[in-house]
Design a binder for this molecule. Structure first.
Ligand code: G3P
Length: 223
């Protein structure tokens, strides 16, 4: 499973990328606003993130109409070849995604809540769909059931109706507990993004802590 940090806070990104188990970074206008990263500062953020070793960064467009989304997407993609252009899964977003994919750019459709939207993502040649696990739960949905059905549909699309030379990968977002990562892996979701506090919890196991403390004691006795 490929893991990402969902943040625009530089010290959080730095810690996550230094952990060794975080592949890349995802952001959106809400996270940028929270971190007070103005639009003009995004190119600097991108440079910094890749200098720290990120292998991929998903950066979102701001516009609402397809033409502007395409223009912004091209500008973002021009910053670095490892950027994936993130676009809300609206009608305008699908239209723009189709054009950007046609230009050979990688696209993530975000805020995807339904299987129909997953089907459209395959149709327009997107590389990822970002699905909001926690927010689905907030809305009273059985999030894992919905995401599981999306995964099965995308598997079928990849076999029977490939719209491009690559599968659409589910990028689980709005992940709020470490246990959700395990549940996502169980339904074959290959990528997930989460805040630093959840990433920090992933290596933790009380039994590992006890074992490590014992090894440490024994090692001291051997010196
Ligand atoms: O990437 C989506 C994420 O930022 C939303 O997370 O937990 O606020 O729903 P959350």
């Amino acid at each position: 499973m490929r893991l990402y940090i969902d943040s625009a806070v530089m010290p959080d990104i730095e810690e996550a990328l230094a952990s060794g188990y975080v592949y890349g970074v995802t952001s959106n206008p809400t996270l940028l606003r929270r971190a007070d990263v103005r639009a003009a500062a995004v190119p600097d953020l991108v440079r910094h993130v890749f200098a720290l070793g990120a292998k991929e960064m998903h950066v979102q467009t701001y516009a609402d109409d397809a033409e502007s989304i395409v223009r912004e997407g091209q500008e973002l993609a021009a910053l670095d070849s490892r950027i994936v252009v993130k676009i809300p899964a609206t009608a305008a977003g699908f239209k723009a995604a189709s054009q950007l994919s046609g230009m050979g750019l990688r696209v993530t459709l975000t805020a995807v809540y339904t299987v129909q939207q997953a089907i459209l993502a395959n149709a327009v040649g997107a590389h990822y769909i970002a699905v909001y696990l926690g927010r689905m739960r907030d809305a009273g949905l059985d999030a894992l059931d919905v995401v599981g059905r999306m995964q099965r549909t995308l598997d079928t699309c990849a076999t029977n109706a490939p719209a491009s030379g690559h599968p659409v990968e589910i990028l689980a977002a709005s992940v709020r507990t470490p246990e959700e990562v395990e549940a996502l892996a169980d339904i074959r979701v290959a990528t997930a993004t989460m805040p630093l506090n959840i990433l920090r919890m992933l290596p933790e196991s009380p039994a590992t802590g006890v074992a490590a403390a014992t090894f440490s004691e024994d090692a001291k006795a051997l010196r």
